[in-house]
Design a protein around this ligand. Sequence first.
Ligand SMILES: C[S@@+](CC[C@H](N)C(=O)[O-])C[C@H]1O[C@@H](n2cnc3c(N)ncnc32)[C@H](O)[C@@H]1O
Length: 287
Amino acid sequence: MSNLSLTNTPVKKINADITLNEYKIIQHFLNESCGIVLTDNKQYLVKNRVTRVLEQFNLASFHELTVAIQVISNARNQKLKAAVVDAMTTNETFWFRDDTQFVELKERIIPTLVAKKNGKIKVWSAACSSGQEPYNISMCAEEVAGNCQIQIIGTDISDTILKEAKAAVYSEMALSRGLDEKIRKRFFQQTEQGYQLTRKVTQKVRFQQFNLLNSYSGLGRFDIIFCRNVLIYFSDEVKRDILTRMASSLEPGGYIFLSSTESMPSGIKEFEVVRDGKARYFQKTVK
Ligand SMILES: C[S@@+](CC[C@H](N)C(=O)[O-])C[C@H]1O[C@@H](n2cnc3c(N)ncnc32)[C@H](O)[C@@H]1O
């Protein structure tokens, strides 16, 4: 194999060992830049996931990487930082995850909002990964009768995963995770690249790269927020901060969905819990 890259820069031989000090620098960087808390002794995880970033940026070692991410931001190290965050995020998702929540959305929440708001509903799928969650919300709206003009924004910190979400083309394997035959036939078309989701569903959704640690003021206000399976990566303080700021982004009486295994941290007074059938979610208190 040639030891020259396309730019004629020699390709460096990689030493993928990581020292405790280098690990601590990456741990601190992740916590500061995207809120992710890496507990101690997770060197193996960083090594497994970030070694490919060393290759991608032609860095010889974790020492070179940690030096580069600590310098004042410039174009190259911003790309490097984004690549480290990308490598360390977990994008696990599937269709109709916590399906009782989607039943509730379709049968009760969307019809209630359609009646109350003349059909216009705004939804934020925060940390939407490869798009299954916002597209499922769109599918639910598609099944609700009446004048439903739903607008859904899907955001995620990872540009790479958002590219997949925007393309809306899924593999057989991805489809097999949570979709029944009827929905497959109704909303997907087989192409050479995979299964393409119909425009009827995709046109209600737009995507934006967004870090949940940043200000929400530019996003607007929402009737419903889905914030599922992402708070688990953050400290209690960051969880509380995110949920308090999400409360400010919700209309009075608006709804927030966490996953069925996540709870509302204590001390957050803006929401009351709603238990309906098998689903559990939270509603912003109307003052
Ligand atoms: C496990 S997935 C959850 C996907 C979907 N919400 C679900 O429940 O199936 C977590 C997502 O959170 C994103 N994420 C992690 N930290 C983030 C941050 N600070 N801001 C925005 N998104 C973040 C990751 O990129 C990843 O796609």
